[in-house]
Design a protein around this ligand. Structure first.
Ligand code: NG1
Ligand code: ZN
Length: 526
């Protein structure tokens, strides 16, 4: 306890500062985070002692501006920190300096943690200028308790390594090299089935958002054995992190990153600042921009998997999990044309992940491009049996092998721009599909997202997976009557979990209607 006091004095908390562990952990201006990092290092150590497993701590603020930073804890199976411990995180973060030792003790007692146990913590960071100092503060918090500092990694790489470590290498080696080997090998296996691909078809423009994803794509490239030809831009050599580039910019602004020349028809994708999100796009010969967001990605992947399941004759259920931000066209297409189960959850990856776990195969994506695919243990076993079955016919066997490689190319712990990119590229290759054909699966309804600053965003309370507001009184009625004015319209509002704003979403038959509706609804929020 004396040690806690002494060490924490080197990472003092500004008196009165109050932050909350939200959907993205702690995230704010980097200047306010030193004490948070130290304390999250301590909390990760406690969590590791409690679970007797390796715990991850990732220092990043994802798609936020360079000046910001943040921190998230990763649980033993590579998943997000369990909710009860989110509360501890908030309590430790907000304890005033002289109350910290007591707050730590309280967690130890409540969780009955045996402090003599070993702890192991993996620490990772993105490329922000504040990240080295802040990750050092985390390590100080972990202090000599056997933590392992990975340095620069993407968020999903850290999740992956925590999972590999805790499953004793069953799924792969807990190193960055191991990550590349596993995912790239699976990619090479998958694309073997796509004979005579031209260099043009292998070509992909990648916007690295001037972040960690760019570094890691460079590192990975040679593992792909020329199976993908990447032109990397926004590689961090000159531009600023997430500034007029990256997945969030492209998705929200509905346009390509600034200062990028893209040729008509060229397939492009953008990562976000910690490479756990990806969106695709191209411009057509009329210069029109086409976005292929998380919904289109989920559609491509689930169609591919469903086709393989049919070919393999495997009776496994498959569901797509979305949030209220999913484009209405995607939901209709998935339900009516594709006939897959579609579920809607609250915003935030942990909600989608949890829902996806209920199916043999759960494909989950937020519209903003964060998502992955989960395969149940039973599904993996059935696929493996079929792949090894000497008596199965060629079609079945081929499908089973493709499914097997698909399982291996995916990072099941969390959405992963790099692994999603490999999967998407492989699917397009195997199906001989162009980005235009993919785009044509369904047509997005025009939509608009706005943010509204209000004095207290918490007065808005929602239900039905955030699709309806229950308070303040009258708000939902107002939205309903505005929506009625437009064709094929839908709109909802919810308080952001990561920014001090209320988000407004609207979609309608035309862009003009979607814009007008979003504007009118934001006025109703005041
Ligand atoms: P908030 O700020 O709660 O809307 C945003 C994204 C989420 C999720 C989190 C975590 C939208 C509309 N919201 O949450 O999907 O990715 O950040 O980073 O994109
Ligand atoms: Zn991110």
């Amino acid at each position: 306890q004396d040690e806690v006091l002494k060490q924490s004095a080197l990472h003092p908390k500004p008196a009165g500062l109050c932050l909350q562990y939200g959907t993205a952990g702690f995230r704010t201006n980097a200047k306010q985070l030193d004490h948070i990092m130290f304390r999250m290092g301590m909390l990760a150590t406690l969590r590791s002692k409690k679970t007797q497993a390796t715990i991850g701590v990732m220092v990043t603020a994802s798609h936020n501006p360079e000046e910001d930073n943040g921190v998230k804890l990763v649980d033993p199976m590579g998943e997000m920190l369990t909710p009860a411990w989110e509360d501890y995180a908030t309590q430790l973060a907000n304890a005033e300096q002289d109350d910290l030792a007591r707050a730590v003790k309280e967690v130890i007692q409540k969780e009955a943690i045996d402090m003599s146990r070993e702890a192991n913590v993996f620490v990772g960071k993105d490329t922000r200028s504040s990240s080295p100092a802040l990750s050092q503060a985390v390590i100080d918090g972990v202090s000599a308790l056997g933590g392992h500092n990975y340095g620069l990694v993407t968020t999903p790489q850290l999740h992956y390594m925590v999972w590999c470590q805790n499953t004793k290498g069953k799924y792969g080696e807990a190193t960055v090299e191991g990550y590349y080997r596993k995912h790239c090998q699976a990619y090479v296996q998958l694309t073997k089935n796509a004979s005579n691909r031209t260099d043009d078809q292998k070509h992909l423009c990648v916007d690295g958002a001037n972040g960690i994803g760019a570094l890691k794509v460079r590192e990975m490239e040679h593992h792909l054995q020329k199976g993908l030809q990447i032109s990397l831009f926004n590689d961090g050599s000159k531009g600023k992190l997430n500034h007029q580039c990256g997945a969030d910019f492209v998705k929200v602004q509905q346009k390509p990153p600034a200062d990028i020349e893209i040729n008509p028809g060229e397939r492009c994708c953008s990562f976000d600042g910690d490479a756990d999100r990806i969106v695709y796009y191209y411009t057509d010969s009329d210069g029109r921009f086409h976005l292929l967001d998380g919904d289109k990605i989920a559609t491509l992947i689930s169609t591919f998997l469903k086709e393989l399941l049919t070919q393999a004759g495997l009776d496994l259920n498959i569901a797509v999990v979305q949030t209220a931000y999913a484009n209405g066209s995607s939901t209709l297409y998935l339900e009516n044309t594709m006939k897959v189960i579609v579920k809607c959850t609250k915003t935030g990856v942990k909600h989608l992940h949890h829902e996806a776990q209920k199916f043999d195969i759960g494909v989950y994506f937020e519209a903003n491009g964060h998502g992955t695919v989960l395969f149940s243990q039973a599904a993996v076993e059935k696929i493996q049996q079929l792949a090894e079955d000497a008596n199965s016919d060629d079609t079945k066997k081929r499908a089973a092998l493709l499914l097997q490689s698909t399982v291996n190319v995916i990072n099941q712990t969390v959405g992963d721009a790099i692994s999603d990119m490999l999967l998407i590229e492989a699917i397009l290759a195997v199906r001989g599909m162009t980005v235009q054909q993919w785009d044509a699966m369904y047509t997005d309804l025009p939509n608009r997202q706005l943010k509204v600053k209000v004095s207290d965003r918490r007065v808005i309370d929602t239900t039905d997976a955030e699709r309806r507001a229950v308070s303040p009184a009258g708000l939902q009625d107002a939205i309903d009557s505005l929506v009625k004015k437009y064709r094929q319209a839908r709109s909802f509002v919810r308080p952001s979990g990561t920014e001090d704003v209320v988000r407004v979403y609207a979609e309608a038959e035309t862009q003009e209607s979607a814009d007008a509706l979003a504007h009118e609804v934001s006025l109703a929020v005041y």
